[in-house]
Design a protein around this ligand. Sequence first.
Ligand SMILES: [Zn+2]
Length: 185
Amino acid sequence: MEQREWEPVTGARLIGFAVGFGLLLLLIFRSEPGFVFMLDHANLLFHEAGHPMIGLFSSRLETYGGTIGQLVFPCVLAVSFWRKGQTVGFAAGCIWFFESWFNIARYLADARALELPLLGGGDHDWNTILTRWGLLQYDTRIAAALRLIAWLGIATTCAWVVWRAWQDRRRPTAEPDFVTARSSR
Ligand SMILES: [Zn+2]
C-alpha cells in the first residue's frame, strides 16, 4: 500500500485542533446528554434525510435509514479529507462521526422508555429495531457500550493527531542535522 502523504500538523493547526476539541468537550458536557447544540441539530437533519433515502430501496430498511444517514455524512467528510491528506480535517470528521454515536445512544437507550419527543411523530426507530432483533431489554446496556466505543474513538483520533504532530516535529529538522552529525564524526 502506498504511504499516504499527510499534511504536516503545524503548531498553529495543532492549537486550532486543541481549541476546537476543547470547545466540543465543553459543549458535550454542558449539553443535555447526547444532544450537543448545533452538531446534533445537523445530525438530526441527516438522520431525517436518511430515512426516505434508504426507504427508496427498501421499506424494511427505512427504519435503519436515520442512523445510517447521520453516520454517512461525517464519514463522507472524513473520507474526503483523508483523500486529500488533510490531517486535522480528517480528525474532525472522525470526531464528528463518533460524537454522532452519543446521539444514537441517547435514542437507543430510550427504546423501552419511549420518552424522547420524536420528530415527525412516527415510529420509534430503536424500539422497532431492537424488538426486531429481540434485544429490547438490553437497550440501555447497548447504549452504554456505544458511548464507551465513541469515547475510545474520539480519544484514539486525538492521540493520532498528537502522534502525527510529533512525527512532523521529528522529521524535517532532525534528519539533516543527524546526517551532518554522522558525516562529521
Ligand atoms: Zn429516525
